[in-house]
Ligand binder design. Structure first.
Ligand code: PLP
Length: 397
């Protein structure tokens, strides 16, 4: 008998497919040189944090180190939470307060805390495929069942008939992620209105709240003036917003984000205290103090995302011209491309022969595709295009 938890051993001893590919890329770089490997595996922002980050950190560091580096309140510094509330109220016309926020170590912590806060015996959480693979880990760790509902293949928008069929008396929540990793799809205000109406009907039918958990690390990463990312609490009361500064400010290694429990959420105070309790039980109290204190000066700022737009346009146009089927993404920094054979892993292996590292879609719950992360240098994309073309020719002639 093992002395460790079998479940945790399984999670820890196997790298994710994405990490595996990234490690393979490092090995190939050592063999054939950096210029000859086209690594599209990771979602690590490729543009530097905006100046406000460096300026604010340098001001903070010249202040009193004892208070700067000390513990904050478990749920986060009160002044930081008040600044977040002001910003959300100004941006989205809401009436939230500091006491609706819980500062976290990024979206991953926001999600695990929210899920643990809501988890009840027999509860189910719906995820829309394709989805961020860690959702499954987070949901099952919280003791709930992960129910997958596939999006429409033509545009990766919600398939409302399929979603409606998945809702039942056990549904506790649905995670939505817009702009989406891995498809880049953004749900419009009309889509969110339709989702809210469907969920309200289900709440009435089953006599209990169903939460939207809005996973929003890519909220600001949209590239066209007409793309609107609706603020979900303005459409649906029972929402938990899981926000992160990882992608908007290019700070994924610093682990900073928040959970917002909007005042109109059902049993608001109970949900907020359960969030505090889950943060405590999971050991996530007091998000990194220095980065919490950076937040007020950087709310609403982003890195220079014009680079991602340029990358998206370059890749979409080139890949389409070579014969790949590409749904143009409205946001985030991923392209979800149909593999040129049914088995995405086999296709990924053939791509590797061209030193193109793309992630097979099986772990995103949507087989037959590959994810291309375009948060890389534009120069690398330009150099990779002949390899994409040669790969397409192997299949399409
Ligand atoms: N949710 C999605 C959809 C993501 O893509 C990621 C990271 O890539 C996360 C959550 C985790 O974000 P964080 O680094 O803020 O924990």
């Amino acid at each position: 008998m093992s002395i460790v938890s079998e479940k945790m051993y399984q999670l820890g001893s196997k790298r994710s497919e994405i990490r595996e590919l990234f490690e393979y890329g490092k090995k190939r770089i050592a063999e054939v040189g950096k210029e000859n490997v086209y690594d599209f595996s990771l979602g690590n922002p490729s543009v530097p944090a905006p100046d406000c980050v460096r300026e604010t950190l340098s001001d903070l560091i010249s202040g009193d180190p004892v208070s700067l580096h000390g513990y904050t309140s478990a749920q986060g510094d009160a002044g930081v939470r008040a600044a977040c509330a002001d910003y959300i109220n100004k941006t989205h016309g809401t009436g939230v307060t500091a006491n609706d926020f819980y500062m976290t170590c990024g979206a991953a912590a926001s999600l695990t805390i929210s899920l643990n806060a809501l988890a009840g015996e027999g509860d189910e959480v719906i995820v829309l495929a394709p989805y961020f693979p860690e959702y499954k880990v987070f949901i099952t760790q919280a003791g709930m069942k992960c129910v997958e509902v596939k999006c429409r293949e033509e545009d990766f928008q919600i398939d409302f008939a399929a979603l409606s069929a998945a809702l039942n008396a056990h549904t506790k929540a649905i995670i939505i992620n817009s702009p989406n990793n891995p498809s880049g799809a953004v749900f419009s205000p009309a889509t969110i209105e339709a989702l809210a109406a469907l969920l309200r009907d289900a709440e009435a039918k089953y006599g209990r709240p169903i939460f939207i958990i809005a996973d929003e690390p890519y909220r600001e990463l949209v590239y066209d003036a007409e793309t609107v990312v609706p603020f979900i609490p303005n459409y649906y009361d029972n929402t938990l917003v899981c926000y992160s500064f990882s992608k908007s400010l290019s700070l994924p290694g610093e682990r900073i984000g928040y959970i917002l429990v909007p005042p109109k959420a059902a049993e608001h105070d109970a949900v907020y205290f359960a969030v505090c309790g889950a943060g405590r039980a999971l050991g996530f109290v007091c998000a990194p103090s220095l980065f919490q204190k950076m937040v007020p000066a950087c709310l609403g700022m982003t890195s220079d995302i014009s680079v991602y737009k340029q990358n998206r346009d370059l890749l979409c146009e080139a890949l389409t011209a070579y014969g790949y089927k590409v749904v143009r993404p409205d946001g985030a920094f991923y392209l979800f491309v149909k593999a040129l054979e049914p088995d995405a892993r086999a296709f990924g292996e053939r791509a590797k022969a061209h030193d193109l590292l793309v992630v097979p879609s099986d772990s995103f719950g949507f087989p037959g595709y590959v994810r291309i992360s375009y948060c890389v240098s534009t120069d690398m994309i330009r150099r990779s295009l002949p390899a994409f073309e040669a790969l397409a020719k192997e299949y399409l002639g």
